[in-house]
Design a protein around this ligand. Sequence first.
Ligand code: FAD
Length: 720
Amino acid sequence: MDIKPNLKLTASPFHRGEQAIQERLGVREQMERFGSRVIRDHMPQQHRDFYQQLPFIFVGHGDKGGWPWASILFNKPGFIQSPDDQSLHLNTQPVVGDPLLKAMNGNTKLGLLGIELETRRRNRLAAHITGATDKQIQLSIDQSFGNCPQYIQNREYEFIDPNSMPKSSVEPLTELDLSAQLLIANSDTFFVASFVNNDINSDSSNADSSDASIGADVSHRGGKPGFIRVDNNKSLTIPDYLGNNHFNTLGNFVENPKAGLLFIDFDKGHILTLTGRVEILWQSEDSQYFTGAERLWTFHLEQGYRLNHSLPLRWKLNEFSPNTLMTGTWAEAVQQQAQQRQLESHQAQRHDYQVVKIVDESSLIKSFYLQPAGGLKALPKFNFTAGQFLTIKVPTTLRNTVNGKDVIRTYTISSAPADPLLRISVKRETSADSAHKGLVSHYLHDNIKLGHIVQLKAPKGDFVFDAGEQRPAVLLAGGVGITPMISMARHAMFEAVRTRSLRPITVIAAAKNAQQRAFFDEFKQLNAQTEGGIRTFWALSKPESDLKPGKDYHHQGRINKDLLQALLPIDDYDFYLCGPSAFMQSMYDLLRELGISNERIKAEEFGPASLTRQHDASSVEFTAIPSASAAVIEFSQTQVEQAWTAEEGTLLEFAENHGLTPEFGCRSGQCGACKTKLLAGKVSYQTEVSADLRDDEVLLCCAVPAAIDGEEVVHIKLEM
Ligand SMILES: Cc1cc2nc3c(=O)[nH]c(=O)nc-3n(C[C@H](O)[C@H](O)[C@H](O)COP(=O)(O)OP(=O)(O)OC[C@H]3O[C@@H](n4cnc5c(N)ncnc54)[C@H](O)[C@@H]3O)c2cc1C
């Protein structure tokens, strides 16, 4: 999608390309507030001291044709002097062959990056040349700001005796030869220059040529070796990771889609400097498999130089940045894509998972940690979204006890997508009169031991949590309904580490007593890890007498209006409900009474009872379309056709009565476990369903064949 810069330049520290991207990504206002505080027109003393101790500095500029180039300037520490807080003198000159040599004249706009690889500190400048001799470059500062150490690998430098170096040479390049490709493909660091020429790119109505934010920029880019893909001898594809939301580089690309790239051979002192066209790939399938990639951009070489033996500096890699370690490589992305394809093609089948850990979470709830049988190398762990459930099929021995039918149940995954193992947490179910034991929950509690194999089917479900959303979330859990909530909270914490932004969460959990509640310590830990960003309050109906109110629990009795009002300051929240049906209905009714709109309340049922929703005035009332009185139902996989009449109930009941064992969960149209592909025909829902459905999908648990005018017996074909 094209970006249409439509923002008028004001006194903003960001130019319109940067503003357009900030706008697109929803951070515009926040960045404007933040930017005007951290971007200065002078260097604070700390930055002046910093620049004066550096042995090298990176520079970006645009040549006469508007092509950006990135360069390195170096000399012994102290070569940079700061006579005042708006000036720097650099006692050096560009190396032979560096295109920057031709730009050493007054008013050339430069972007500068001072970076200390061994401490991972960096600061940035926008400046212009006020004077240049063959010994000194004098700069006046337009903008100055600090940068965080993300993705900077820790490296130590040393100067070597220039006399011991082979003679330097300049090789012009119009394509990337093998040695350039190898250097790029193995790089963990490079520098990117970008350049906006205000005169060329702005129309006079919204341009301000005195605006200091317009000019050149140079930025650091770091990743694991292999993070840059060499597509061919002219093109590269580069992931864009989460950064400071300034979008200096990408903002310049929007205005002038060109980049200068600088690669340094840290072992041999060669420089590879390239310039070319860029394209931002906002949405690309490739980026989905590249861990950490928010988007991609491509670079197409226009011109370049290899400056052999030009640096009397050598660097030793000490360690990768922790942020870099959380990102991927192209080789991993290819592998992930292949594994995903493999998984997708196996989606319809079950997979053997081994129980590798069992933990008693409470007197009633046990967690089972699962990994693919044969280890993660044999098959990757299922991908899932926090809040989803998987289906589990129990072994044949148990199946034989239930009339030879498969026994399948659904369990929410209580781990987060980023956790190494899948975890389900199962409550031992017993009927209210204690006479009947839940079949699968008891089987899992009593029979499943470490090393046992269970059969799982890929996770699904629409009760999912978006950790990237800014709106605070309230998770209301009753009893074992805590399982999706712990997954969501863990996921939010992992995402906060990755993105440095936490979606605030308040968990309000109800249980009978401390014995029965699960994940008390885990939630406490999440609270500590997020410094209160994920807070949990416990309402116990019958707390043990030795518990300390305020510490061990927060409220005695049921969750009520007063408690919600006391815990939740007035704000705009998304609510998530999960628990026994009476709990869900009372929480839902309470929230509606408090004025929360139906759309803001997501709910997951663990059983057949269905939540009765009151619709918002603005939403359309549900009306069932007429159902057929007779139909022929065709099951495509078994190639069986059966006659259906209205007395035979929903498609799920009908399928079960004919010996099929489709998956199901809530049986009330909410969880989506029984979603099946509709290959022909039309269905009618007798009650409103809340699971998301595509046009070619049906929820078997609530659907019956729909009447079609003029057809006495309608035809339905299902993929099962
Ligand atoms: C989307 C979804 C997610 C879920 N996630 C979880 C989760 O994370 N953790 C979890 O513990 N559960 C979860 N469940 C519930 C789970 O799927 C099972 O329904 C639950 O474990 C009970 O299964 P069971 O085989 O033990 O009981 P069943 O044998 O199916 O019996 C169900 C209930 O009926 C009672 N009962 C059985 N026979 C009789 C009888 N003859 N008369 C009277 N009462 C009887 C049992 O005691 C039990 O309470 C989820 C369900 C859904 C739909």
